[in-house]
Design a protein around this ligand. Structure first.
Ligand SMILES: [Zn+2]
Length: 327
């Protein structure tokens, strides 16, 4: 192709020359070749070509050929062994392989890795192991239908049949064990949510409200206070919750909670001084007053008692003031 002498021409003339050249050659040459001949950048040629309406997708152009990099098998093997341990940049530096090829190889390897390990690892763990982005891992996993929720359901269904129902219920309600700890304890291959669903299907309550005093006693390292009688004995002999807490090494609020579950709250509740029963002078209803308040009143000569402000108001209305009832 002859190199055009476009330099020296001015403005519109030059543009027209370029346009004429592109319309003549765009079907036979690619932008790179025309750019070389015109002394312009590939981008500029592409822009002018498209402005002239010569779009590549309309056909008629020669397909652009890119040089194909052929790598021999041993080099690919070498790259593949390095993929888990090194990032792309250092592989390119050590193996003299085109960067794009390394990226492609890593992507293919990561896909196989995800398919093999997605059930055991989270997306973030997969991302760390394959040195890919977590968002890509997530996208790829979903794009081939590897759904974690479905997996969860399948796992919990299979775990359900292998669980020891009484053992699980005992652990969750009496032995101070949480769902997560139970998985550790029995070496189950299931997530916390999976176990919760399995327990739900087996009618085992997993809500913390189902925990008994024994659960808390085990949880805080003092199983013997799970027995209410021993709890009471300790309380009496040591002389209070604070002393118990000191001697057992268990927080006071935990002891309070356990005691309340044993119905021993009366141990540390202040006792009531007692009540006095009175009768209302208006409606005749009986009501109580604290004993310590009996006899303390503004008008000691007054013998009448009233159950409420309403009854007191009625009494005042009937006996005093301008509107009092006439006999
Ligand atoms: Zn009354």
């Amino acid at each position: 192709m002859p190199k055009l002498e476009v330099l020296g021409e001015s403005g519109m003339d030059r543009l027209q020359t370029i346009a004429a050249f592109i319309s003549e050659h765009w079907q036979k040459s690619d932008d790179q070749e025309m750019a070389l001949a015109l002394g312009l950048s590939v981008c500029t040629v592409g822009i002018i070509r498209r402005l002239l309406g010569f779009k590549r997708r309309l056909g008629g152009c020669r397909p652009i050929t890119r040089p194909v990099v052929v790598l021999d098998e041993t080099l690919i093997k070498q790259v593949e062994t390095l993929l888990p341990t090194q990032d792309n940049r250092s592989i390119v530096a050590t193996c003299s392989v085109p960067a794009k090829k390394v990226v492609d190889l890593r992507r293919e390897w990561a896909k196989a890795f995800i398919q093999a390990n997605w059930q055991k690892m989270s997306d973030f763990q997969l991302a760390e192991a394959t040195k890919m982005r977590p968002s890509w891992i997530n996208w790829y996993r979903r794009s081939i239908g590897l759904n974690r929720r479905v997996l969860e359901r399948l796992l919990s269904a299979s775990i359900q049949n292998r669980l020891d129902k009484t053992d699980l219920a005992d652990a969750l309600h009496n032995r101070g064990v949480t769902l997560e700890e139970y998985i550790e304890l029995r070496g189950l291959k299931v997530t916390k949510e999976g176990l919760r669903q399995a327990a739900h299907n087996l009618n085992i309550e997993t809500n913390p409200s189902a925990r008994t005093a024994s659960w808390y006693a085990h949880r805080y390292g003092c199983p013997r206070i799970a027995d209410p009688q021993i709890f009471r004995q300790l309380y009496d002999s040591l002389g209070g919750l604070g002393a118990m807490s000191q001697s057992l090494g268990v927080d006071t609020y935990v002891l309070q909670r356990i005691g309340r579950m044993h119905d021993l709250e009366e141990l540390w509740r202040r006792k009531s001084a007692g009540k006095v029963i009175k009768r209302c002078a208006i409606c005749g209803a009986t009501f109580t007053r604290p004993k310590r308040k009996d006899g303390t009143r503004n008008n000691p000569e007054q013998e009448l008692h009233f159950c409420s402000r309403v009854c007191h108001g009625r009494y005042l209305g009937r006996n005093f003031g301008r509107t009092r009832h006439k006999k």
